[in-house]
Design a binder for this molecule. Structure first.
Ligand code: ACO
Length: 388
């Protein structure tokens, strides 16, 4: 159920944030035992030192859930007040239903609409822009926007060109509608499907349904033309960044911190050079997480806040590129005083109770659906007519 429209002009403000990464760490040294590579090559060519890999039972949903619960805690918000849940991912738990629906159920976000968004590594910025637009239109008050991935599940662990790059993780933000100054200022999204082969998981869709052959040919894993993606990224990141700044009437000098998609340190350096911004204002945590696709920007945002790099009124530029090909940038002015007060124990207790209740509710609804089906069989004939 959507929040009723109001006449006040509203902006989307980030009021909660959270991240989650699996416990298991895979170092460059570990990878050397798996493929023909070296710690030196990976560090020099990518900047990556280690990455987190999902353990048994961990999925995109479980990471998204932890990140979302952390974000709700910071926002001190009851999940039942969420109007919308968007999960940006290219590694959903299932092709369908959407991971966002599973997340909505697990959180007990009873009145929220939910959908997944697939835009490769630009996914989180796309999702942020869509949710901010719905808030500005007056449709929603509280939106949960998540970027979550388990890329390790679609990685070819025999391909040194790709397996050294990726990691798993999730990041989430709560967007709130209010009339305060700042918040999301402008967004620019773009795409070019002619580059589909440059980054692709070829099989598993309607073009190449799963078969013994597709599995044997490793077509359910990421295939990438690294050099071409590299060239594309170094050009598109500065370009989309300039456009989003000009849309908001700001310049590079106004930007306090750039939070880019974490793909390769050399891409970040080249993009910073081309944009004319010093590297000190470009956040990088690539060495610890690798490329977590749509999760990389919200994870980096969480860390930047935690490390005190985000201050009130700071202008943040979030920018990414990815499979599609896609690219995206969002500019926001941070409006929340930091640090945020710790929520009262009563509210935290209430939220935890809500998560337990959500589990029970989910079991109950599944149970009741079965009972309902049995009752229907007893009371109605095959044409749906009431039996006499
Ligand atoms: N260890 C050792 N050598 C390697 C490795 C490795 N892990 N990987 C490649 N090499 C070799 C190559 O075989 C090649 O050898 P050759 O010259 O004998 O053929 C040599 O290193 C150079 O290869 P390049 O591809 O030119 O290496 P480059 O410097 O371009 O780095 C990389 C490769 C890291 C992949 C870079 O091109 C890159 O970062 N591209 C962008 C990737 C990206 O951002 N992808 C987004 C994915 S997001 C998503 O969709 C999930």
């Amino acid at each position: 159920m959507a929040t009723p429209r109001t006449e006040t002009a509203r902006r989307a403000h980030i009021v909660g944030w959270g991240m989650a990464v699996p416990e298991r760490v895979l170092s460059n040294g570990d990878l050397c035992a798996m493929v023909d590579t070296s710690d030196e090559w990976i560090r020099q060519r990518t900047g990556i030192v280690e990455r987190h890999i999902a353990g048994e039972g961990e999925t995109t949903l479980s990471l998204a859930l932890r990140a979302s619960q952390a974000a709700l805690e910071v926002a001190n918000l009851d999940p039942a007040l969420l109007d919308l849940v968007v999960v940006a991912t290219i590694t959903p738990d299932y092709a369908f239903p959407a991971t966002a629906c599973l997340l909505q159920d697990a959180l007990g976000a009873e009145r929220a609409a939910a959908f997944d968004l697939s835009a490769g590594c630009s996914g989180f910025v796309y999702a942020l822009s869509v949710a901010a637009g719905m808030i500005a239109a007056g449709d929603y008050k509280h939106c949960l926007v998540v970027g979550a991935e388990t890329l390790s599940r679609i990685t070819d662990w025999t391909d040194r060109n790709t397996c050294v790059l990726f990691g798993d993780g999730a990041g989430a933000v709560i967007l709130e509608a209010n009339g305060a100054q700042g918040g999301i200022l402008s967004s620019v999204l773009g795409s070019d499907g002619s580059g589909k082969e440059l980054l692709i998981q070829p099989a598993g869709g309607s073009a190449q349904p799963a078969s013994a052959e597709t599995v044997q040919a490793r077509k359910h894993t990421v295939q990438m033309d690294g050099r071409q993606v590299f060239r594309f990224a170094t050009r598109i990141m500065p370009d989309v960044s300039r456009r989003v700044l000009s849309k908001a009437g700001l310049t590079v000098e106004d930007v306090s911190l750039v939070i880019p998609h974490q793909a390769n340190d050399r891409i970040l350096q080249a993009a910073a050079r081309n944009l004319g911004i010093d590297e000190g204002r470009v956040y990088s945590n690539l060495s610890r997480y690798g490329n977590t696709s749509s999760a990389s920007i919200p994870i980096a945002l969480c860390e930047a806040i935690e490390h005190g790099l985000v201050k009130r009124d700071a202008v943040l530029l979030l920018t990414g590129f990815g499979a599609g090909l896609t690219w995206a940038a969002t500019l926001l002015r941070w409006s929340l005083p930091l640090p945020v007060p710790t929520p009262s124990r009563r509210m935290t207790f209430w939220r935890n109770l809500r998560y337990r209740w959500a589990q029970l509710r989910s079991h109950w609804r599944r149970f009741w659906r079965n009972v309902d089906a049995r009752l229907f069989q007893i009371l109605y004939d095959e044409e749906g007519r009431r039996k006499r």
